[in-house]
Design a binder for this molecule. Structure first.
Ligand SMILES: [Zn+2]
Length: 93
């Protein structure tokens, strides 16, 4: 699973971004200086989420292949060697 620390960091990113956006809404003179960092923080949070999820899938699949599973030829989901149907895409193997 994705570590709790990563989720807390991503949550803080979203919270900070939302706070800056709200602040930017009320202070018209500094709108640009507040809005740009909030967008940057939001994008970084989204990218961090995707990277964390990708790393989680990579670790999970690597462990599955070590345990003797093979990748599905259609979707690359780890399946048992004697399986007839993929548990992820439901295609005949
Ligand atoms: Zn599949």
């Amino acid at each position: 699973m994705i570590k709790r620390k990563t989720m807390v960091l991503i949550g803080c990113g979203f919270f900070l971004s939302a706070t800056l956006s709200l602040t930017a809404f009320f202070f018209e003179d500094y709108r640009l200086f507040l809005f740009i960092p909030s967008v940057i923080i939001l994008v970084v949070s989204l990218v961090a989420t995707q990277l964390a999820y990708g790393y989680y899938l990579y670790k999970k699949n690597t462990q599955a292949y070590k345990d003797g599973k093979v990748p599905c030829p259609y979707c690359a989901h780890p399946v048992e060697q004697h399986d007839q149907i993929c548990s992820n895409c439901h295609k005949d193997l």
